[in-house]
Design a protein around this ligand. Structure first.
Ligand code: HEC
Length: 188
């Protein structure tokens, strides 16, 4: 498993091979920025909706706003930017084979005691004869997330989730778990 060089985000920014230093370094930094923007924008909308309309209102925000932010940032950067997970709420967020492998590796590393906030991975891969830079960063489950992803969602929330996501698998998480990951694909 040598190919899995799992590196915390801060180290990933510092440690790069000299020949490709600039481009890989820049791609990592720009990806981290896009992820930061995604996370902050979504968190802002989520908290506002929770405060103003309560959790059931926030569910519709997640449903509409999360894919919209992903689309906006993808349009802005020209990359593919999204969220994925091994236990999905929305099947549209399903991982591809590469993403699944990285998510499984994140889980294994987390089981060994690495905090979810430190799990990131990037690789340049060939896909259909094209070179792609791919990066994923794990999303930790925070306290706020448990309202809708924890073991015991309240009656109202459970009901709303069942209506909208009959195949929902994204419950039963505890604080600190790897909820999923941000995923970025850049054509090179
Ligand atoms: C108000 C309820 C609610 C809260 C709180 C919430 N989520 Fe979600 N989450 C959802 C809904 C609804 C979806 C499905 C969105 C969609 O349709 O794309 C979702 C989807 C996701 C996904 C995409 C993968 C999938 O399962 O489809 C991730 C990752 C995720 N949530 C992480 C989090 C994290 C991390 C937090 C805490 C910061 C959080 N969520 C808080 C309702 C919530």
């Amino acid at each position: 498993m040598n190919r899995w060089k799992m590196i915390p985000v801060a180290m990933a920014l510092a440690a790069v091979a000299p020949a490709q230093a600039e481009s890989v370094d820049e791609r990592i930094a720009a990806s981290q920025e896009a992820i930061q923007e995604f996370a902050q924008t979504l968190q802002g909308h989520l908290m506002e909706a929770m405060q103003e309309g309560g959790p059931t209102e926030a569910i519709s925000v997640c449903r509409q706003v999360a894919p919209q932010i992903a689309e906006d940032i993808s349009a802005e950067t020209g990359w593919s930017v999204g969220r994925t997970s091994l236990k999905l709420r929305n099947p549209d967020n399903a991982p591809d084979a590469w993403e699944r492998e990285v998510l499984e590796h994140f889980e294994a590393r987390h089981a060994e005691g690495v905090p979810a906030s430190e799990l990131a991975y990037h690789e340049t891969v060939q896909e259909d004869g094209e070179e792609m830079f791919r990066l994923m960063r794990a999303i930790p489950t925070g306290g706020l997330c448990l309202t809708c992803h924890g073991s015991e969602p309240s009656g109202d929330i459970q009901h709303a989730l069942e209506q909208m996501y009959p195949e929902d698998q994204a419950i039963g998480y505890s604080e600190g778990d790897v909820r999923g990951a941000f995923t970025i694909i850049q054509r090179m």
